[in-house]
Structures are given as C-alpha cells and as structure tokens.
Write a protein that binds this ligand. Structure first.
Ligand SMILES: Nc1ncnc2c1ncn2[C@@H]1O[C@H](COP(=O)(O)OP(=O)(O)OP(=O)(O)O)[C@@H](O)[C@H]1O
Length: 237
C-alpha cells in the first residue's frame, strides 16, 4: 500500500505539490496524469525516495519514505524519464553491471525476462545501436533487476514508435497481472486506458481526482464525453 498524507513540495517559494492525499492498494496499476508541469515527476520521485517532500508524508507498507529509505528502495524499481544506461556498453554488459549493484539478481532470471520481452537477440549490441524502443525496454528491465514489488515509470514510452509502445504496454500488463503495483506517468490516453486500473490526476500541484477506471468512465457519462481520452481531458479541464 502506498499512501500520501498532506504531502506538499516547494521549490523555493513555488509550491508544486499541494496537500496531496491518496491511498494506492497493492496490485493496482495507476496512471499518473496531468498537464505539463502538474507535478507528476515530482510526485513519482518523492514516492521513489529520490526527492523529499517539504511537508506531510508518504508511507509504503507502513514505512516512511524519509525514515525507512533503504528498506523502501528494496521494494521499488524506478524508471526515469531519461534513458539512464551506458550507451557505449552492450545491453548485456549494462544488465550485468546493474545486476551486480542489485546483488540478488541471477543472470538466468534477467535473461529469461529479456527473452519474454523480445530483447534477447539484441543483448550483445551496444546500446547506441539499439532502437529507441529497445533502449526503453532495457531502461525498464534494469529497474526490475532486484524484482521490486512496486514499479514506478516516468513517461517510459516517449519518442518511440507505436509497435514498440504496444509491446511495452503489454509487457507491463503482464507484470501487473503478476501482482506488481505499477505507477505510470504518460500523456498517451490510449496506452493509459489499456494499461491502468486506476488514475491519479494532478493539475498545478493539486490532486484533482483519484479513483478507478470505472469512476473515470462514469465521469465521462455525466460529462457526456465520447471516449476515454476526452473524459480525461474533461477532468483535467
Ligand atoms: N528541481 C527543481 N527546481 C525548481 N523547480 C522545479 C524542479 N523540478 C521541477 N520543478 C518545477 O515543478 C513543477 C512540476 O514539475 P514536474 O516535472 O513534476 O511536472 P510534470 O507534471 O512531470 O511535467 P511534464 O509532464 O512536463 O514532465 C514545474 O513547474 C517545474 O518547473
């Protein structure tokens, strides 16, 4: 369970998260949605213990992100917006390097995952020669090396083609069906609808909505929106 209580974040005098409260249940796949600058990346970084909130708290399985940082990091895989791998090394060399840092990550486990994710045939290519989609997959597979219970992804499909996006969304759905809790920030309504079971919508640092996909659809019927993308747009305003 991931819960935020009266969470706020200021950069200098600018408040970019304002009194946020929510409670995400284990196994949910949560779409984190909002216009540019709404505070999505900031919120994800605070949950991932990369950044600290200014006031309030975030608890993960009753542990506090400020106090129990080390234990929480064992539970979390974080995929940053930027591709954070060594481009001059091969995909396999990257995975071996990060697997050593992750410690308990046997090679056969991540090789099997690479096979499932159709990356196995590219493992011996330098990252700079991989397609954008395969670089993005590698970025995610590295975050999964320590087999975290929670996966946090910040716009992981930006700038890649539609078929690579669909593959990544399908791979993440599979992880969701295995019971992982997933937080997923994106501007792509179609992939959000396919992947997510609930939504957390931010605007100018405020939490506008947190609820199930069903509740988003109900909002759509009230607002007479035609489809899911329009409904999300209506809520964000
Ligand atoms: N390190 C920082 N110092 C100062 N201001 C920051 C910092 N990081 C983010 N901000 C500001 O905080 C606000 C929220 O940024 P954030 O990156 O969380 O938004 P976002 O919803 O992820 O946007 P996008 O969809 O464009 O990625 C923005 O106004 C941004 O300029």
């Amino acid at each position: 369970m991931i819960s935020a209580e009266n969470l706020s974040k200021k950069f200098g005098r600018k408040e970019v998260l304002k009194d946020i409260n929510f409670c995400i249940q284990k196994g949910e796949t949560v779409g984190v949605v909002g216009p540019n600058g709404a505070g999505k990346s900031t919120l994800l970084k605070i949950i991932a213990t990369i950044m600290r909130g200014t006031n309030g708290s975030v608890q993960i399985d009753e542990m506090d992100t400020k106090k129990d940082t080390k234990k929480i990091r064992e539970k979390i895989g974080y995929v940053p917006q930027e591709i954070a791998v060594y481009h001059e090394l091969t995909a396999r060399e990257n995975l071996r390097f990060f697997a050593k840092l992750a410690k308990n990550s046997p090679e056969e486990n991540w090789v099997r995952r690479c096979e499932e994710w159709k990356l196995a045939e590219h493992l011996d290519k330098k990252v700079k020669h991989l397609s954008g989609g395969n670089q993005r997959k590698l970025n995610i597979l590295i975050a999964l090396l320590h087999d975290p219970e929670i996966l946090i992804l910040d716009e992981p499909t930006v700038g890649i083609d539609i078929s690579a996006k669909q593959e990544i969304v399908n791979d993440l759905r599979q992880l969701g069906s295995e019971g992982k809790t997933i937080l997923y920030s994106s501007h792509d309504a179609q992939e959000l609808e396919t992947l997510c079971t609930s939504f957390l919508i931010l605007k100018e640092g405020e939490l506008l909505f947190y609820g199930s996909k069903q509740k988003v659809r109900q909002f759509g019927s009230v607002a007479q929106s035609k489809n899911f993308a329009e409904t999300l747009g209506e809520i964000v305003g």
